[in-house]
Write a protein of this length. Structure first.
Length: 121
């Protein structure tokens, strides 16, 4: 049940990001949005830890700020793999919008996660 709620939270965060940030666009149905949310979760649970491990030295030097760059790259990867989500502009503009989008998805997901019941009780 908690996994389904997490997928729904991610879907809402992705939809809101695409709604608020004009260059990030989502084209598709609710089912496509849920599939992109699942893909986003898989990328963040499978690929992101590997990338963080490889970039550990630069992450230490930047005191963890490079994690924001990694988040933006994972956001771009999900947009590229899914096909339902697009980021307009050249590669630098795409990265900047993915950077802003990944921060917005993180904020919205965190706020919505506060309303999840605590599983430790």
């Amino acid at each position: 049940m908690r996994l389904i709620l997490r997928i729904l939270i991610t879907a809402v965060a992705l939809w809101l990001t695409a709604y608020l940030i004009d260059p990030i666009q989502f084209e598709g149905s609710l089912v496509n949005l849920l599939l992109v949310a699942i893909l986003f979760g898989l990328v963040n649970s499978l690929i992101r830890p590997l990338v963080k491990l490889i970039t550990l030295p630069i992450n230490v030097v930047t005191l963890g700020l490079f994690s924001l760059v990694i988040n933006a790259l994972m956001f771009m990867l999900v947009a590229w793999i899914s096909g339902s989500m697009t980021i307009e502009g050249n590669i630098i503009q795409q990265f900047l919008w993915a950077f802003v989008g990944s921060i917005l998805v993180s904020i919205v997901s965190t706020i919505l996660s506060w309303f999840l019941p605590d599983s430790r009780k």
